[in-house]
Write a protein that binds this ligand. Structure first.
Ligand code: APR
Ligand code: PHB
Length: 393
């Protein structure tokens, strides 16, 4: 393990691992420090919708082989409310764009396998504890690896350590502004051994609360139910989950969901959060360390990927020309896409969820919005363009 590297990457989630891969292929030295062990990182359940641009980046980085074999291309989603469904056709509304279903946890497995085989160094159970000498051109990352304190000096530190990571906390409060919204509900996430109810995702609005039918494969469903904050997953026995999904995703024809063995249940909080700028001196923040979206628009992973692509290109430019121009533009470049994703995720969340305090007036407005999407190609195209995502700037 080197004591110095050009780019120290803190966090081995999808942002840190993909950044390492992109830098390595551009011939730039880097090291990834990940606080958890490999099994933990590889089994964390996260969302699973990839924009076309995310798929293109993974393929170009050499990490697309299994994605091409096992990923499921999707050309639309269904919005369901008041007993009926409306399909949004992505290619027709966006000039040919689509999304892919491939779980984030599978991307993480693919990237870890590649990195362990080809480099750069990836240390598990290596927890960054402090970043020092921030005002010099040699910042130092202090970390604990298997109970031993170590240091790594570098030219740049990239915080890919998620919302609770140490890197953002290292930046002086006065140097960044944060913007935040929390929501008065959470999601109960469910994994079940049963084919998904439809070939495409179903986003359901119901006075009982939001429901989403997604998938991990043709034989495994990923399902979500809006639940109150602080919900204990054990308060949701399997029978109650299936009944509630049926009630919230009900069609006029009364068809029920096929049931199967539930293998996992967990509660996810919903939050919108942005840090500005995404940089402090030689520290750069990427992915969840810099911004969080509620999962309703499936933007979290895609925004993280866009960040590290911009960052990798900027480091490549620096290496080739000595110019920091692209690095200096990193935050501004990324924040444009971040705020678009924030807006869309917030729009999807507020249109589809039922706030516990919600007035009947507000519910009528949600229905009016959904009717608008179902009857106007412009309104549907607005949703489709956002869902399929823009190219990376
Ligand atoms: N030292 C080293 N590693 C750390 C530290 C630390 N002090 N703190 C956190 N980490 C690690 C975590 O264990 C985790 O593996 O940083 C990683 C951060 O990964 P993610 O939370 O997956 O964040 P990111 O890579 O930005 O991915 C964004 O994750 O939350 C979803 O919706 C989000 O899909 C998006 C994606
Ligand atoms: C998922 O499959 O986990 C998923 C899909 C779409 C979302 C959120 C999560 O909007």
């Amino acid at each position: 393990m080197p004591e110095h590297t050009t780019v120290a990457i803190i966090g081995g989630g999808p942002a840190g691992l993909l950044l390492a891969r992109l830098l390595h292929r551009a011939g730039i030295d880097c090291v990834v420090l990940e606080s958890r062990d490999r099994a933990y990182v590889e089994h964390r359940q996260r969302a699973g919708i990839l924009e076309q641009s995310t798929v293109d980046v993974l393929r170009a980085s050499g990490a697309g082989e299994r994605l091409d074999r096992e990923g499921l291309p999707h050309d639309g989603v269904e919005l369901r409310w008041a007993g009926r469904g409306h399909r949004i056709d992505f290619p027709a509304l966006t000039g040919g764009r689509r999304v892919w279903v491939y779980a984030q946890t599978e991307i993480v497995k693919d990237l870890i396998a590649l990195q362990l085989a080809e480099g750069p160094p990836l240390l598990f159970e290596a927890q960054a504890t402090a970043i020092k000498s921030l005002d010099t051109d040699r910042p130092t990352v202090h970390y604990v690896h298997h109970n031993t304190e170590k240091t790594l000096t570098c030219d740049y530190v990239i915080g890919c350590d998620g919302f609770h990571g140490v890197t953002r906390q290292t930046v002086p409060d006065a140097a960044i502004t944060t913007f935040e919204r929390s929501y008065p509900f959470s999601w109960l996430g469910i994994l079940a051994d049963v084919p998904p109810p439809s070939d495409e995702l179903i986003y359901g609005h119901s006075p009982r609360g939001f429901a989403l039918a997604s998938m991990r494969s043709r034989t495994t469903s990923r399902l979500y139910l809006q639940v109150p904050n602080g919900t204990d997953p054990d308060a949701w026995p399997d029978e109650r989950i299936w009944e509630e999904l049926d009630a919230r995703l009900e069609l006029d024809n009364g068809r029920k969901l096929e049931r199967g063995r539930i293998t996992q249940k967990s509660v996810l909080p919903m939050r919108s959060f942005v840090t500005e700028p995404m940089r402090y001196g030689r520290i750069f923040l990427a992915g969840d360390a810099a911004h969080i979206v509620p999962p309703t628009g499936a933007k979290g992973l895609n925004t993280a990927v866009a960040d590290v692509v911009v960052l990798a290109r900027a480091f490549d430019r620096l290496r080739r020309t000595g110019s920091t121009e692209q690095l200096d533009a990193y935050s501004t470049t990324c924040l444009r896409r971040v705020w678009r994703a924030e807006h869309f995720s917030s729009f999807m969340t507020s249109t589809l969820h039922t706030d516990p305090e919600q007035s009947p007036f507000a519910t009528r407005l949600q229905i009016a919005q959904l009717e608008r999407i179902a009857t106007s190609a412009h309104a549907a195209a607005e949703l489709a363009e956002n869902y399929a995502g823009p190219p990376i700037a």
